[in-house]
Design a protein around this ligand. Structure first.
Ligand SMILES: *[C@@H]1O[C@H](CO)[C@@H](O)[C@H](O)[C@H]1NC(C)=O
Ligand SMILES: *[C@@H]1O[C@H](CO)[C@@H](O)[C@H](O)[C@H]1NC(C)=O
Ligand SMILES: *[C@@H]1O[C@H](CO)[C@@H](O)[C@H](O)[C@H]1NC(C)=O
Ligand SMILES: *[C@@H]1O[C@H](CO)[C@@H](O)[C@H](O)[C@H]1NC(C)=O
Ligand SMILES: *[C@@H]1O[C@H](CO)[C@@H](O)[C@H](O)[C@H]1NC(C)=O
Ligand SMILES: *[C@@H]1O[C@H](CO)[C@@H](O)[C@H](O)[C@H]1NC(C)=O
Ligand SMILES: *[C@@H]1O[C@H](CO)[C@@H](O)[C@H](O)[C@H]1NC(C)=O
Length: 295
């Protein structure tokens, strides 16, 4: 009888901690008219997409989020999102844009419990890149460097630089130096100015060699980046081979000149010796005897 209370307590504990089958089975599943359980849904700009949320529990509230934010609160989606269905379980996105890419989540809230399923939206054309720069860029020292960062969607751009010569870490551009400028460019397709879309250096020097990274970030925190390896060519790079040829020509000329001179000299000497027997018969005779006299 002494343990009566203890047994009761144990029973109560077991009853509380026993997994309740109803709660464990609650499932949430996003489906579309094409896929029962997609992980990624590809879309084309300007189209409409409908996501449905199937739950095993009819109670609770359904909300839709993009990247952790209620879709109705994403300013980019304003006026293009419709939520309907018996339990708000259908999300329609209209007039899709490139930057609608991201994770969309159906959240079922029952009391304080959350059950959810996500699907990633990607553009049909290319979900592979958000930003793009030329992979390798070569500039001649003293000339102008322009790097253009092409973007998909409304991304906020940043540029970073890594000095591969000194092996330094990444530094954000533009730094304190005024040589490096970030300027907008006009995107013909989307008819918008892309802020900080172009990086410009008017007169590059050998120290500008390195990696230039364009990083794009969307409103819901998606990040893209691409690196351009910039090499600076010596201003005189084209001159060296020319100078080499000049030097070669000079050396050749010198050799020919010296050879010719030497040959002339030997010819003269040879003609001197050839002529000597004749010279003996010339009236120059006395001169020679004079020389002999001196010796
Ligand atoms: C919704 O979920 C139930 C239970 O899991 C399933 O039987 C049904 O086929 C699902 N409907 C759709 C359209 O996925
Ligand atoms: C659907 O959502 C709206 C606003 O987000 C809310 O006012 C409404 O009560 C919801 N309906 C259901 C059935 O949950
Ligand atoms: C680069 O950053 C790392 C970590 O922040 C640091 O350990 C390293 O010393 C840095 N290198 C240079 C060259 O600044
Ligand atoms: C882009 O910038 C140019 C020059 O600053 C300006 O004239 C033009 O109106 C801008 N276009 C848009 C769509 O903002
Ligand atoms: C990169 O490093 C080299 C060697 O330390 C230096 O001469 C050059 O000025 C640096 N470049 C930039 C842009 O800081
Ligand atoms: C989208 O979801 C996947 C899988 O959960 C995750 O790896 C990825 O980082 C998410 N992307 C964003 C932009 O939140
Ligand atoms: C660039 O993107 C890759 C892959 O997403 C990531 O691993 C890397 O850290 C990013 N680099 C920077 C500088 O953000």
């Amino acid at each position: 009888m002494k343990y009566h209370h203890l047994v009761l307590l144990c029973c109560a504990f077991v009853a509380i901690s026993w997994p309740r089958p109803a709660a464990a089975e609650i499932k949430v599943n996003i489906y579309t008219n094409l896929h029962a359980d997609p992980e990624v849904v590809h879309y084309s700009a300007k189209n409409t997409i409908e996501l449905n949320c199937n739950t095993t529990e009819s109670e609770g509230d359904i909300t839709w989020e993009k990247g952790g934010k209620l879709v109705t609160e994403v300013s980019d989606l304003k006026d293009r999102v419709v939520i309907k269905g018996h339990n708000n379980n259908t999300l329609t996105l209209k007039d899709l844009k490139e930057n609608d890419v991201g994770n969309y989540t159906c959240v079922l809230t029952i009391g304080s419990a959350r059950y959810q399923d996500s699907v990633a939206l990607a553009t049909a054309s290319s979900a592979k890149w958000g930003v793009r720069v030329t992979k390798n860029t070569n500039v001649v020292e003293g000339e102008k460097l322009t790097l253009k960062c092409e973007v998909r969607g409304d991304l906020t751009l940043q540029w970073w630089y890594r000095n591969t010569t000194s092996g330094d870490n990444y530094t954000q551009l533009p730094g304190k130096e005024e040589r490096v400028r970030l300027v907008p460019y006009y995107d013909e397709d989307r008819k918008v100015n892309v802020t900080d879309g172009e990086l410009k250096i008017d007169e590059v020097n050998m120290g500008d060699r390195g990696e230039y990274i364009c990083i794009g970030e969307s409103e819901d925190g998606q990040r893209f980046n691409m690196t351009s390896a910039v090499r600076i060519k010596d201003k005189y790079a084209a001159l060296w081979p020319f100078l080499g040829i000049c030097a070669e020509v000079f050396v050749l000329c010198a050799i020919i000149f010296i050879y010719e001179k030497k040959r002339n000299k030997t010819e003269l000497e040879e003609s001197d010796t050839d002529q000597s027997p004749d010279q003996k018969n010339t009236p120059d005779h006395g001169k020679e005897s004079n020389l002999r006299h001196r010796q």
